[in-house]
Design a protein around this ligand. Structure first.
Ligand code: CP
Ligand code: NVA
Length: 302
């Protein structure tokens, strides 16, 4: 594994290997055991969109591993003034040992990996959010004890989270059902990938149908970063695509709920369901730290 650009690129063995390492790093972190595995290494962190969890968990993770995290806002970089990614990648590869990028176009992280010579981590594009989904898989395994026989239901936009969850959950062997409005289905590349899994993947416009007997319910915002101008239009289409008591009633009695956050209460999830499952949701947020440390170690250690 040279980069983490999207879940589609990883094998099942690579995913499980990262999750096993993340569990070990979490255990060590909880027990005060520190390894400065990345001593002397610098991670560049390029942000073209806002972030709370991603920025803080990557910075903290690099510090805990003995390395240095360098926050680079695109407002301050020449890339924000149009310097090509091909040049930025070749320059930054001369200084850094790894780079983490949050941007709009998936092509930008793919190009960075192609033209640069250091590991590239996708920290969210419009197409994918692999770091989040590694944390989600870690949290599911932690709470459910494994993946075998589990059904995951995702309700909402066929966006970066849906794309990455579909790839990650199917690869590790879970069943996946997505409920989304017709105009907001995941892209063809993802649907073609999912088609290989036969009836382990289903897509419907009905949240209740997708949630039936689900072990895990997941949702995300109706309008992602960069789609703020579509907010009103999206509210019309996504009304009813919500994790609420009615939906929980058709899922398994012990179903867990995940949300990558930030959450919009009373839009994609009710405040009541959110608070009833806050333990799972904040374990998921915490696991960003441990899962990303596993990614950093795997990609950047000598
Ligand atoms: N879930 C997530 O990526 O959160 P941030 O946007 O706060 O980084
Ligand atoms: N789909 C959301 C995820 C945020 C972590 C967005 O792209 O804004």
């Amino acid at each position: 594994m040279k980069h983490l650009l999207k879940m589609l690129d990883l094998t099942k063995e690579e995913i499980i290997g990262l999750l096993d390492l993340a569990d070990k790093l979490k255990y060590e972190n909880k027990n005060g055991i520190q390894h400065h595995i990345l001593k002397g290494k610098t991670l560049g962190m390029i942000f073209q969109k806002s972030s709370t969890r991603t920025r803080v968990s990557f910075e903290t993770g690099m510090y805990q591993l003995g390395g240095y995290p360098l926050f680079l806002s695109s407002n301050d970089l020449q890339i924000g003034r149009g310097e090509p990614v091909q040049d930025t990648a070749r320059v930054l590869s001369r200084y850094l040992d790894g780079v983490m990028i949050r941007t709009f176009e998936q092509q930008e992280v793919e190009d960075f990996a192609k033209y640069g010579s250091i590991p590239v981590i996708n920290a969210l594009t419009d197409f994918a959010h692999p770091c989040q989904v590694l944390a989600d898989l870690m949290t599911i395994r932690e709470h459910k004890g494994g993946f075998d026989g589990l059904k995951v239901c995702y309700v909402g936009d066929g966006n970066n989270m849906a794309n990455s969850l579909i790839a990650g959950c199917l690869k590790v062997g879970m069943e996946f059902a997505i409920a989304c409005p017709k105009a907001y289905q995941p892209p063809k590349e993802i649907l073609d990938f999912a088609a290989q899994y036969g009836d382990k993947f289903t897509m419907t416009e009905s949240p209740a149908e997708a949630a039936k007997n689900a072990d895990v319910l997941i949702t995300d915002v109706w309008a992602s970063m960069g789609q703020e101008q579509e907010k009103l239009e999206r509210e019309k289409h996504f009304k009813g695509y919500q994790i609420n008591d009615e939906l929980m009633a058709v899922a398994k009695a012990d179903a867990m709920v995940l949300h990558c956050l930030p959450a919009h209460r009373e839009e994609e999830i009710t405040a009541k369901v959110f608070e009833e499952h806050a333990n799972e949701i904040f374990d998921e947020a915490e696991n960003r730290l441990h899962a990303q440390k596993a990614v950093l170690v795997t990609l950047m250690k000598d």
